[in-house]
Design a protein around this ligand. Structure first.
Ligand code: SAM
Length: 474
Protein backbone atom coordinates (compact mmCIF):
# COMPACT_ATOMS: atom_id res chain seq x y z
CA UNK A 1 0.00 0.00 0.00
CA UNK A 2 1.28 3.45 -0.82
CA UNK A 3 0.86 5.51 2.33
CA UNK A 4 2.53 8.62 0.89
CA UNK A 5 -0.78 10.46 0.60
CA UNK A 6 -1.12 13.92 -0.87
CA UNK A 7 -2.63 15.94 1.94
CA UNK A 8 -5.57 18.18 1.25
CA UNK A 9 -4.74 21.10 3.50
CA UNK A 10 -7.47 23.01 5.38
CA UNK A 11 -8.37 26.10 3.35
CA UNK A 12 -8.04 28.50 6.27
CA UNK A 13 -4.56 27.10 7.00
CA UNK A 14 -3.49 27.69 3.39
CA UNK A 15 -4.75 31.28 3.54
CA UNK A 16 -2.95 31.94 6.83
CA UNK A 17 0.35 30.51 5.64
CA UNK A 18 0.15 32.43 2.33
CA UNK A 19 -0.35 35.66 4.25
CA UNK A 20 2.53 34.86 6.63
CA UNK A 21 5.08 33.54 4.14
CA UNK A 22 4.31 35.60 1.01
CA UNK A 23 6.38 34.36 -1.98
CA UNK A 24 8.01 31.67 0.21
CA UNK A 25 4.61 29.98 0.64
CA UNK A 26 4.97 28.19 -2.70
CA UNK A 27 8.03 26.18 -1.67
CA UNK A 28 6.43 25.51 1.76
CA UNK A 29 3.31 23.98 0.14
CA UNK A 30 5.45 22.11 -2.40
CA UNK A 31 7.31 20.46 0.49
CA UNK A 32 4.02 19.46 2.16
CA UNK A 33 3.00 17.69 -1.05
CA UNK A 34 6.24 15.73 -1.40
CA UNK A 35 7.01 12.42 0.43
CA UNK A 36 8.24 13.07 3.97
CA UNK A 37 11.72 12.59 5.29
CA UNK A 38 11.21 10.37 8.32
CA UNK A 39 13.59 10.21 11.25
CA UNK A 40 15.26 7.55 13.34
CA UNK A 41 17.30 8.33 16.45
CA UNK A 42 19.84 5.75 17.56
CA UNK A 43 19.61 4.68 21.20
CA UNK A 44 23.18 5.29 22.30
CA UNK A 45 22.70 2.90 25.26
CA UNK A 46 22.59 0.12 22.66
CA UNK A 47 25.03 1.11 19.92
CA UNK A 48 27.08 4.07 18.66
CA UNK A 49 25.70 6.05 15.70
CA UNK A 50 28.79 5.09 13.68
CA UNK A 51 28.35 1.35 14.31
CA UNK A 52 24.63 1.64 13.59
CA UNK A 53 25.25 3.40 10.26
CA UNK A 54 27.59 0.55 9.26
CA UNK A 55 25.33 -2.31 10.38
CA UNK A 56 21.92 -0.84 9.55
CA UNK A 57 19.98 -2.36 6.63
CA UNK A 58 18.34 1.05 5.88
CA UNK A 59 19.32 3.86 3.47
CA UNK A 60 20.17 6.60 5.94
CA UNK A 61 20.83 10.28 5.43
CA UNK A 62 22.87 12.10 8.10
CA UNK A 63 21.42 15.23 9.73
CA UNK A 64 23.53 18.35 10.26
CA UNK A 65 22.16 19.14 13.73
CA UNK A 66 22.46 15.74 15.40
CA UNK A 67 25.02 12.98 15.30
CA UNK A 68 22.79 10.19 16.60
CA UNK A 69 19.85 10.98 14.28
CA UNK A 70 19.25 9.99 10.66
CA UNK A 71 16.59 10.62 8.01
CA UNK A 72 15.17 7.81 5.89
CA UNK A 73 12.40 7.33 3.37
CA UNK A 74 10.02 4.63 2.20
CA UNK A 75 10.36 1.81 1.23
CA UNK A 76 12.46 1.46 4.42
CA UNK A 77 10.27 0.55 7.39
CA UNK A 78 12.47 0.47 10.49
CA UNK A 79 9.37 0.33 12.70
CA UNK A 80 8.78 -3.26 11.51
CA UNK A 81 12.37 -4.41 12.07
CA UNK A 82 13.06 -6.40 15.28
CA UNK A 83 15.73 -3.86 16.26
CA UNK A 84 12.84 -1.48 16.92
CA UNK A 85 11.35 -3.95 19.45
CA UNK A 86 14.82 -4.25 20.98
CA UNK A 87 15.00 -0.47 21.52
CA UNK A 88 17.95 0.04 19.18
CA UNK A 89 16.31 3.24 17.93
CA UNK A 90 13.32 5.52 18.34
CA UNK A 91 11.35 6.75 15.33
CA UNK A 92 11.18 10.52 15.65
CA UNK A 93 10.81 13.45 13.30
CA UNK A 94 14.31 14.82 12.63
CA UNK A 95 13.40 18.32 13.87
CA UNK A 96 12.05 16.86 17.15
CA UNK A 97 15.58 15.57 17.84
CA UNK A 98 16.80 19.15 18.20
CA UNK A 99 15.09 19.47 21.62
CA UNK A 100 17.70 17.48 23.57
CA UNK A 101 20.51 19.16 21.65
CA UNK A 102 19.19 22.61 22.60
CA UNK A 103 18.34 21.85 26.23
CA UNK A 104 21.68 20.04 26.55
CA UNK A 105 21.09 18.21 29.87
CA UNK A 106 24.23 17.19 31.73
CA UNK A 107 24.87 13.92 33.59
CA UNK A 108 23.90 14.38 37.24
CA UNK A 109 21.33 17.13 36.64
CA UNK A 110 17.67 17.23 37.59
CA UNK A 111 15.59 17.57 34.42
CA UNK A 112 11.81 17.86 33.96
CA UNK A 113 9.91 17.00 30.79
CA UNK A 114 6.53 18.52 31.60
CA UNK A 115 4.51 17.14 28.64
CA UNK A 116 6.34 13.93 27.93
CA UNK A 117 4.24 11.27 26.13
CA UNK A 118 4.94 9.28 24.03
CA UNK A 119 8.52 9.87 25.17
CA UNK A 120 10.63 10.76 22.12
CA UNK A 121 12.23 13.71 23.85
CA UNK A 122 12.34 12.13 27.33
CA UNK A 123 14.27 9.12 26.07
CA UNK A 124 16.66 11.38 24.17
CA UNK A 125 17.29 13.58 27.25
CA UNK A 126 17.99 10.49 29.36
CA UNK A 127 20.35 9.01 26.77
CA UNK A 128 22.33 12.24 26.68
CA UNK A 129 22.67 12.12 30.49
CA UNK A 130 24.13 8.63 30.38
CA UNK A 131 21.74 7.41 33.11
CA UNK A 132 23.24 9.86 35.64
CA UNK A 133 20.97 12.44 37.29
CA UNK A 134 17.22 12.23 37.00
CA UNK A 135 14.68 12.87 34.25
CA UNK A 136 11.20 13.45 35.61
CA UNK A 137 8.80 12.63 32.77
CA UNK A 138 5.33 14.06 33.40
CA UNK A 139 2.24 13.30 31.35
CA UNK A 140 -1.22 14.13 32.69
CA UNK A 141 -3.12 11.99 30.17
CA UNK A 142 -3.75 8.47 31.65
CA UNK A 143 -3.57 6.51 28.36
CA UNK A 144 -0.62 8.43 26.99
CA UNK A 145 1.38 8.02 30.20
CA UNK A 146 1.28 4.22 29.69
CA UNK A 147 2.85 4.52 26.24
CA UNK A 148 5.48 6.81 27.73
CA UNK A 149 6.38 4.10 30.26
CA UNK A 150 6.55 1.45 27.52
CA UNK A 151 8.95 3.51 25.42
CA UNK A 152 11.20 4.20 28.38
CA UNK A 153 11.22 0.47 29.10
CA UNK A 154 11.87 -0.50 25.46
CA UNK A 155 14.91 1.78 25.30
CA UNK A 156 16.27 0.42 28.58
CA UNK A 157 16.47 3.76 30.40
CA UNK A 158 17.14 3.66 34.13
CA UNK A 159 17.12 7.26 35.40
CA UNK A 160 13.53 8.32 34.87
CA UNK A 161 10.64 8.93 37.17
CA UNK A 162 7.34 8.82 35.28
CA UNK A 163 4.59 10.88 36.89
CA UNK A 164 1.05 11.86 36.02
CA UNK A 165 0.34 15.32 37.39
CA UNK A 166 -0.98 18.71 36.38
CA UNK A 167 1.93 21.15 36.04
CA UNK A 168 0.34 23.43 38.70
CA UNK A 169 0.57 20.62 41.29
CA UNK A 170 4.29 20.28 40.64
CA UNK A 171 4.83 23.99 41.30
CA UNK A 172 3.47 23.61 44.83
CA UNK A 173 5.86 20.74 45.41
CA UNK A 174 9.08 21.49 43.53
CA UNK A 175 9.41 25.28 43.12
CA UNK A 176 12.75 26.33 41.62
CA UNK A 177 14.13 22.78 41.70
CA UNK A 178 15.00 21.80 38.14
CA UNK A 179 18.22 22.47 36.26
CA UNK A 180 16.38 22.16 32.96
CA UNK A 181 12.71 22.03 32.02
CA UNK A 182 11.22 21.06 28.68
CA UNK A 183 7.72 22.18 27.69
CA UNK A 184 6.87 20.32 24.48
CA UNK A 185 3.43 21.83 24.50
CA UNK A 186 0.16 20.39 23.22
CA UNK A 187 -0.48 22.37 20.02
CA UNK A 188 -2.47 22.48 16.79
CA UNK A 189 0.09 20.11 15.22
CA UNK A 190 0.27 21.78 11.80
CA UNK A 191 3.60 20.12 11.07
CA UNK A 192 1.85 16.73 11.37
CA UNK A 193 -0.60 17.39 8.52
CA UNK A 194 1.44 15.24 6.13
CA UNK A 195 1.61 12.23 8.38
CA UNK A 196 -1.64 12.30 10.29
CA UNK A 197 -4.99 12.85 8.54
CA UNK A 198 -6.74 12.95 11.93
CA UNK A 199 -4.73 16.00 13.03
CA UNK A 200 -5.45 17.57 9.64
CA UNK A 201 -9.19 17.10 9.76
CA UNK A 202 -9.38 18.12 13.45
CA UNK A 203 -7.59 21.43 12.78
CA UNK A 204 -9.72 24.55 13.33
CA UNK A 205 -8.62 28.15 13.24
CA UNK A 206 -10.32 28.72 16.64
CA UNK A 207 -8.25 25.88 18.15
CA UNK A 208 -5.07 27.86 17.56
CA UNK A 209 -6.16 30.51 20.08
CA UNK A 210 -7.40 27.84 22.50
CA UNK A 211 -4.04 26.06 22.35
CA UNK A 212 -2.20 29.32 22.93
CA UNK A 213 -4.14 29.79 26.21
CA UNK A 214 -3.17 26.27 27.40
CA UNK A 215 0.45 26.84 26.36
CA UNK A 216 0.65 30.06 28.41
CA UNK A 217 -0.72 28.26 31.46
CA UNK A 218 1.80 25.41 31.15
CA UNK A 219 4.69 27.82 30.55
CA UNK A 220 3.71 29.92 33.58
CA UNK A 221 3.94 26.77 35.74
CA UNK A 222 7.18 25.67 34.05
CA UNK A 223 8.83 29.00 34.86
CA UNK A 224 8.25 28.41 38.58
CA UNK A 225 9.90 25.00 38.38
CA UNK A 226 13.22 26.16 36.84
CA UNK A 227 15.98 26.90 39.36
CA UNK A 228 17.69 30.31 39.29
CA UNK A 229 20.29 30.09 36.51
CA UNK A 230 18.48 27.08 35.00
CA UNK A 231 17.12 26.68 31.48
CA UNK A 232 13.67 26.30 29.98
CA UNK A 233 12.97 25.05 26.46
CA UNK A 234 9.57 25.77 24.91
CA UNK A 235 8.73 23.65 21.86
CA UNK A 236 5.80 23.06 19.53
CA UNK A 237 5.24 21.12 16.31
CA UNK A 238 3.09 23.80 14.71
CA UNK A 239 3.71 26.83 12.51
CA UNK A 240 1.19 29.39 13.83
CA UNK A 241 2.79 32.53 15.34
CA UNK A 242 -0.01 32.64 17.95
CA UNK A 243 1.31 29.39 19.49
CA UNK A 244 4.98 30.23 18.97
CA UNK A 245 6.52 33.72 18.85
CA UNK A 246 3.42 35.28 20.46
CA UNK A 247 3.41 32.85 23.39
CA UNK A 248 7.13 33.48 23.94
CA UNK A 249 6.63 37.27 23.70
CA UNK A 250 3.85 37.08 26.31
CA UNK A 251 6.05 34.89 28.53
CA UNK A 252 9.07 37.22 28.38
CA UNK A 253 6.86 40.19 29.24
CA UNK A 254 5.30 38.47 32.26
CA UNK A 255 8.61 36.88 33.37
CA UNK A 256 11.39 39.47 33.02
CA UNK A 257 13.65 37.12 35.00
CA UNK A 258 13.92 34.98 31.82
CA UNK A 259 15.83 35.82 28.63
CA UNK A 260 16.12 34.08 25.28
CA UNK A 261 19.42 32.28 24.74
CA UNK A 262 20.82 32.41 21.20
CA UNK A 263 21.43 28.80 20.11
CA UNK A 264 21.47 28.57 16.33
CA UNK A 265 21.58 25.02 14.94
CA UNK A 266 22.43 23.99 11.38
CA UNK A 267 19.22 23.23 9.48
CA UNK A 268 17.16 25.71 11.54
CA UNK A 269 15.98 29.23 10.70
CA UNK A 270 15.68 32.15 13.13
CA UNK A 271 12.36 32.98 14.81
CA UNK A 272 10.29 35.77 13.25
CA UNK A 273 10.38 38.95 15.42
CA UNK A 274 7.65 40.58 13.29
CA UNK A 275 5.24 37.76 14.21
CA UNK A 276 5.56 38.43 17.95
CA UNK A 277 6.51 42.10 18.18
CA UNK A 278 9.92 41.76 19.89
CA UNK A 279 13.37 41.93 18.33
CA UNK A 280 14.83 39.22 20.60
CA UNK A 281 12.42 36.63 19.11
CA UNK A 282 15.04 36.25 16.39
CA UNK A 283 16.75 33.92 18.92
CA UNK A 284 13.89 31.42 18.64
CA UNK A 285 14.42 28.59 16.16
CA UNK A 286 12.17 27.28 13.45
CA UNK A 287 12.61 24.10 11.45
CA UNK A 288 10.70 24.35 8.16
CA UNK A 289 9.83 21.36 5.95
CA UNK A 290 10.95 23.24 2.82
CA UNK A 291 14.34 24.09 4.32
CA UNK A 292 15.43 20.91 6.10
CA UNK A 293 14.54 17.19 6.04
CA UNK A 294 11.87 17.44 8.74
CA UNK A 295 8.19 17.98 9.45
CA UNK A 296 8.87 21.23 11.31
CA UNK A 297 9.27 22.46 14.88
CA UNK A 298 9.48 25.70 16.86
CA UNK A 299 11.88 26.19 19.80
CA UNK A 300 12.61 28.94 22.31
CA UNK A 301 15.51 28.30 24.69
CA UNK A 302 15.38 30.55 27.75
CA UNK A 303 17.45 31.04 30.89
CA UNK A 304 16.29 32.17 34.31
CA UNK A 305 18.36 34.90 35.95
CA UNK A 306 20.47 33.69 38.86
CA UNK A 307 23.77 32.11 39.73
CA UNK A 308 25.10 29.80 37.03
CA UNK A 309 26.25 27.15 39.58
CA UNK A 310 24.10 24.27 40.70
CA UNK A 311 22.26 26.16 43.46
CA UNK A 312 18.92 24.61 44.14
CA UNK A 313 16.54 25.35 47.04
CA UNK A 314 15.92 22.49 49.45
CA UNK A 315 13.14 20.20 48.23
CA UNK A 316 9.87 20.50 50.12
CA UNK A 317 8.63 17.48 52.01
CA UNK A 318 5.54 15.80 50.65
CA UNK A 319 4.22 14.89 54.07
CA UNK A 320 2.16 18.05 54.43
CA UNK A 321 0.70 17.76 50.91
CA UNK A 322 -3.06 17.60 50.75
CA UNK A 323 -2.64 15.45 47.64
CA UNK A 324 -1.00 12.46 49.25
CA UNK A 325 -1.81 9.45 47.08
CA UNK A 326 1.34 7.48 47.30
CA UNK A 327 3.67 6.72 50.20
CA UNK A 328 7.29 6.48 49.18
CA UNK A 329 9.58 4.24 51.23
CA UNK A 330 12.97 3.62 49.63
CA UNK A 331 14.76 0.66 51.21
CA UNK A 332 18.06 -1.20 50.93
CA UNK A 333 18.12 -4.67 49.45
CA UNK A 334 17.92 -7.43 52.11
CA UNK A 335 20.89 -9.86 51.96
CA UNK A 336 18.97 -12.93 50.68
CA UNK A 337 17.42 -10.94 47.79
CA UNK A 338 20.79 -9.40 46.90
CA UNK A 339 22.22 -12.93 46.85
CA UNK A 340 19.58 -14.11 44.36
CA UNK A 341 20.19 -11.12 42.06
CA UNK A 342 23.98 -11.64 42.24
CA UNK A 343 23.55 -15.28 41.35
CA UNK A 344 21.61 -14.42 38.16
CA UNK A 345 23.64 -11.39 37.15
CA UNK A 346 27.09 -11.68 38.73
CA UNK A 347 28.56 -8.86 36.60
CA UNK A 348 25.84 -6.26 37.21
CA UNK A 349 26.33 -3.80 40.12
CA UNK A 350 23.30 -3.75 42.41
CA UNK A 351 21.63 -0.34 42.77
CA UNK A 352 21.68 1.07 46.31
CA UNK A 353 18.01 1.99 46.82
CA UNK A 354 14.89 0.01 46.06
CA UNK A 355 11.13 0.11 46.34
CA UNK A 356 9.13 -2.99 47.12
CA UNK A 357 5.59 -3.44 45.81
CA UNK A 358 4.28 -6.81 47.00
CA UNK A 359 6.89 -9.29 45.77
CA UNK A 360 8.20 -6.94 43.09
CA UNK A 361 11.58 -5.26 43.55
CA UNK A 362 12.09 -1.94 41.75
CA UNK A 363 15.59 -0.44 41.51
CA UNK A 364 15.42 3.33 42.04
CA UNK A 365 17.57 5.61 39.88
CA UNK A 366 20.94 6.29 41.58
CA UNK A 367 20.12 10.01 41.87
CA UNK A 368 16.46 9.79 42.92
CA UNK A 369 17.26 11.75 46.09
CA UNK A 370 17.77 14.90 44.02
CA UNK A 371 14.03 15.33 44.50
CA UNK A 372 13.81 14.49 48.18
CA UNK A 373 10.70 12.71 49.37
CA UNK A 374 8.39 11.62 46.56
CA UNK A 375 5.34 10.91 48.73
CA UNK A 376 2.19 12.49 47.40
CA UNK A 377 3.26 12.56 43.77
CA UNK A 378 1.13 10.44 41.46
CA UNK A 379 3.97 8.33 40.15
CA UNK A 380 3.61 5.71 37.50
CA UNK A 381 7.09 4.25 37.66
CA UNK A 382 10.28 5.10 39.50
CA UNK A 383 13.18 3.29 37.92
CA UNK A 384 13.45 -0.30 36.76
CA UNK A 385 11.49 -3.32 37.98
CA UNK A 386 13.96 -6.20 38.47
CA UNK A 387 11.43 -8.87 39.22
CA UNK A 388 9.49 -10.76 41.88
CA UNK A 389 11.10 -12.77 44.63
CA UNK A 390 9.20 -15.36 46.64
CA UNK A 391 11.54 -17.28 48.92
CA UNK A 392 14.36 -18.49 46.63
CA UNK A 393 12.11 -18.21 43.57
CA UNK A 394 12.93 -15.30 41.19
CA UNK A 395 10.81 -14.16 38.21
CA UNK A 396 12.76 -11.49 36.31
CA UNK A 397 10.83 -8.50 34.93
CA UNK A 398 10.82 -7.58 31.23
CA UNK A 399 12.08 -4.08 32.14
CA UNK A 400 15.25 -5.59 33.64
CA UNK A 401 16.03 -7.52 30.45
CA UNK A 402 15.77 -4.30 28.45
CA UNK A 403 18.43 -2.55 30.56
CA UNK A 404 21.00 -5.35 30.17
CA UNK A 405 23.75 -5.75 27.61
CA UNK A 406 24.26 -9.26 26.24
CA UNK A 407 27.70 -9.54 27.86
CA UNK A 408 26.16 -8.93 31.30
CA UNK A 409 23.92 -12.01 31.17
CA UNK A 410 25.59 -15.40 31.49
CA UNK A 411 22.49 -17.31 30.40
CA UNK A 412 21.50 -15.96 26.99
CA UNK A 413 20.37 -16.89 23.48
CA UNK A 414 20.52 -14.55 20.50
CA UNK A 415 19.58 -14.88 16.83
CA UNK A 416 20.12 -12.56 13.86
CA UNK A 417 17.28 -10.21 12.86
CA UNK A 418 16.28 -12.26 9.80
CA UNK A 419 16.01 -15.58 11.69
CA UNK A 420 12.65 -17.38 11.88
CA UNK A 421 13.24 -17.74 15.65
CA UNK A 422 13.06 -13.94 16.08
CA UNK A 423 9.83 -13.69 14.10
CA UNK A 424 8.36 -16.53 16.18
CA UNK A 425 9.58 -14.94 19.42
CA UNK A 426 7.94 -11.60 18.69
CA UNK A 427 4.65 -13.42 18.01
CA UNK A 428 4.78 -15.12 21.40
CA UNK A 429 5.71 -18.63 20.17
CA UNK A 430 8.00 -20.98 22.12
CA UNK A 431 11.41 -21.77 20.62
CA UNK A 432 13.38 -25.01 20.58
CA UNK A 433 16.08 -24.91 23.26
CA UNK A 434 19.65 -25.87 22.32
CA UNK A 435 20.50 -29.29 23.80
CA UNK A 436 23.33 -27.74 25.87
CA UNK A 437 21.00 -25.15 27.53
CA UNK A 438 20.51 -25.26 31.30
CA UNK A 439 16.90 -25.13 32.53
CA UNK A 440 15.74 -21.79 33.95
CA UNK A 441 15.55 -18.17 32.88
CA UNK A 442 17.35 -17.15 29.71
CA UNK A 443 17.81 -13.67 28.21
CA UNK A 444 16.68 -13.52 24.57
CA UNK A 445 18.35 -11.20 22.08
CA UNK A 446 18.26 -10.19 18.44
CA UNK A 447 21.80 -9.59 17.20
CA UNK A 448 22.64 -9.40 20.95
CA UNK A 449 20.10 -6.57 21.57
CA UNK A 450 17.49 -7.36 24.26
CA UNK A 451 14.07 -8.87 23.60
CA UNK A 452 13.10 -10.11 27.07
CA UNK A 453 13.12 -13.37 29.01
CA UNK A 454 12.37 -16.96 28.15
CA UNK A 455 12.30 -19.98 30.44
CA UNK A 456 13.96 -23.20 29.39
CA UNK A 457 12.31 -26.43 30.37
CA UNK A 458 11.95 -29.82 28.64
CA UNK A 459 13.83 -28.80 25.49
CA UNK A 460 11.79 -25.64 24.89
CA UNK A 461 12.21 -21.92 25.53
CA UNK A 462 8.87 -20.82 26.94
CA UNK A 463 8.01 -17.33 25.65
CA UNK A 464 7.70 -14.63 28.35
CA UNK A 465 7.68 -11.69 25.92
CA UNK A 466 4.88 -9.45 27.34
CA UNK A 467 1.53 -10.16 25.68
CA UNK A 468 0.82 -6.48 25.06
CA UNK A 469 4.00 -6.13 22.99
CA UNK A 470 3.59 -9.22 20.82
CA UNK A 471 3.00 -9.04 17.09
CA UNK A 472 -0.19 -10.66 15.82
CA UNK A 473 0.05 -14.34 14.89
CA UNK A 474 -0.65 -14.71 11.15
N1 SAM B 1 7.32 15.41 24.22
C1 SAM B 1 6.56 14.35 23.59
C2 SAM B 1 7.51 13.52 22.74
O1 SAM B 1 8.54 14.04 22.31
O2 SAM B 1 7.22 12.34 22.52
C3 SAM B 1 5.39 14.89 22.81
C4 SAM B 1 4.50 15.76 23.65
S1 SAM B 1 2.99 16.19 22.87
C5 SAM B 1 3.48 17.40 21.76
C6 SAM B 1 2.19 17.11 24.13
C7 SAM B 1 1.74 16.31 25.32
O3 SAM B 1 1.21 17.23 26.28
C8 SAM B 1 0.63 15.31 25.05
O4 SAM B 1 1.04 14.03 25.44
C9 SAM B 1 -0.54 15.79 25.94
O5 SAM B 1 -1.30 14.74 26.50
C10 SAM B 1 0.18 16.57 27.01
N2 SAM B 1 -0.63 17.62 27.68
C11 SAM B 1 -1.88 18.06 27.36
N3 SAM B 1 -2.26 19.01 28.24
C12 SAM B 1 -1.25 19.18 29.12
C13 SAM B 1 -1.05 20.00 30.26
N4 SAM B 1 -1.98 20.86 30.67
N5 SAM B 1 0.11 19.89 30.93
C14 SAM B 1 1.08 19.04 30.53
N6 SAM B 1 0.93 18.23 29.45
C15 SAM B 1 -0.20 18.30 28.75
Amino acid sequence: MNDEFIPILPEAFVRRMQALLGPEAESFFDALHRPRDRGLRVNTFRITPEAFATRSPFSLQTLPWIQEGFAYRRPDRPGLHPWHDAGVYYLQDPSAMAAAILLDPQPGELVLDLAAAPGGKTTHLAARMDNRGLVVANEPHPQRVRVLGQNIERLGIRNTLVIQEKPENLVRRWPGQFDRVLVDAPCSGESMFRKDPVVRSAWREEAVARNARVQRKILAAAAELVRPGGRLLYATCTFSPEENEQVVAWFLETRPDFRLVPAPLPGSSPGRPEWGGRDDLVHCLRFWPHKSPSDGHFYALMERAGPAGSFRPRPKSGRSSRHVRDEFRPIRLPGPVAEIFREYLPGVPLPEWWEKRGDLWIALPDDFRLLGDLSGIRSVSKGVAWGSVQGRHFTPAHALAMTLRAAEVPNRLSWPAGAQEIDDWLRGKPLPAPSSAEPGWVWIGVDEFPLGWGKISEGQVKNHYPKGLRRPVE
